[in-house]
Design a protein around this ligand. Sequence first.
Ligand SMILES: Nc1ncnc2c1ncn2[C@@H]1O[C@H](COP(=O)(O)OP(=O)(O)OP(=O)(O)O)[C@@H](O)[C@H]1O
Ligand SMILES: [Mg+2]
Length: 497
Amino acid sequence: MVDGTYILEMYNICKSYPPVQALDNISFRLKAGSVHVLLGENGAGKSTLMKILSGEEQPDAGQIVYMGQTVKFPNPKASQKARISIIHQELTPIYDMKIAENLFLGRSFSKFGGLVMDYRRLYRKADELLNEVGLDVSPKRLMRDLTVAQIQMVEIAKAISRNAKIIIMDEPTSAISDVEVETLFKIIKKLKHQGTGIIYISHKMNEIYGIADEISVLRDGASVGNYLPNEINRQQLIEKLVDRPVSEMFPERKIKKGERVLSVKNFSCKKVFQNISFELYKGEILGLGGLMGSGRTQIVETIFGIMKPTGGTIKLNGEVVEHKNPRQAIKNNIGLITDDRKLKGLVLQMDIAQNIVMASYEKVSSRFVMDYKKVARISSEYARSLNLNMHGTKQLAGKLSGGNQQKVVLAKWMVLDPDILIFDEPTRGIDIGSKEEIYRLISQLAQSGKSIIFISSEMQEMVGMCDRILVLNKGLLRGELKKNEMTQANIMKLASG
Ligand SMILES: Nc1ncnc2c1ncn2[C@@H]1O[C@H](COP(=O)(O)OP(=O)(O)OP(=O)(O)O)[C@@H](O)[C@H]1O
Ligand SMILES: [Mg+2]
């Protein structure tokens, strides 16, 4: 219900992290009951603008008018109190908490005059909320047991429960698959009807037109323009974003399937996945398809030694191996590029260069001494080829924008140069121009004889990149799609049957 009144107006917002001018005189307005999509390449300033609204960052200059009044949000509490909710791009839940406790964090569920926690009511309410977002897990489970996608859905449920006037969704669909995206869009429609204003950030061009009432584009901290969705088509929008021609195409590749490098037999892990058998060949890109929670990530994490299998074997080049930890997997020439850069991929307190060479110590040292010139050369090389938005490889990884952090994780594994590369959501949070670069790099790796396992929740990406796709459903292998059978519809049929 767009009634024309602006619930939020931000004027001439400036913010710098010297020497970076993250926001340069940005103005942004949001109507009640509408969805305002915010677009821009990695590092354009989207999250920074949102952090100013959520009270996490203070602007150097500018004005915020909220429901007709000039306001300041000196801290996150102040913004929450004004009923502004943010779903962060980088999720940081408290892992030792139960889902229900996390949902109602800071709100009291007590009985007997506040002396005793009313757990029954807490769990019932939590159950209702989880149902609403279509998440089928017990509210008693710990946050640490959830996948990134499930955590994202819990965060969405949390924002809904707070009766927010404004909900900021900073890349809410980066880790969820197409089915959950539909659920989210239904929720968004409902929220609009209740008059909630939604600020929506995404790099997925497909979803934008379905929900946007208004679109704003940022580039390098400056405003490029403000559009109604029927004023600008997809290609024009991409040109505004990137400022250079982008083909959006998947690279052509001659498939040269070589000998078998990996065979996984009757692989099982308790309730998570059972009896998984498949083979991976030199030079191929093998896709693992399926919905959130189908077990894709857990299978590759078990191959990589993060989780322990309860049955089955893996053979590498014909020999049975066991990976008790990731170190052993790396030694056996396997790399896992994960979708969870905070936990597994990146050391945020270290600089970009150190992160990039972290796993390849031998390659950058001579006689056990780190060769810093080499570190600088190699890391700049990869930073350039991945189009990293930074002001030097000495910058701390934690100070990069979300998408640029993901690129550092990619660079790290490319330097290590393993024979088998497992990509789990490699383009999560990556802007459209750089996605193309990453497709090209992965394709080149396969061409040069590497074996690749590829996981993505974007089906278009699976179809565009893979030579064949194994589809999983609730921890079981449901079928294999050959190149000529690979369509989104066929994947869905197996994934949700
Ligand atoms: N805490 C910080 N310290 C220093 N620089 C920062 C900090 N936070 C952000 N920046 C810089 O500000 C710029 C804007 O970052 P921001 O996170 O807002 O980008 P973004 O548009 O959200 O990108 P992405 O799509 O990758 O999430 C980037 O150049 C980033 O490196
Ligand atoms: Mg961001």
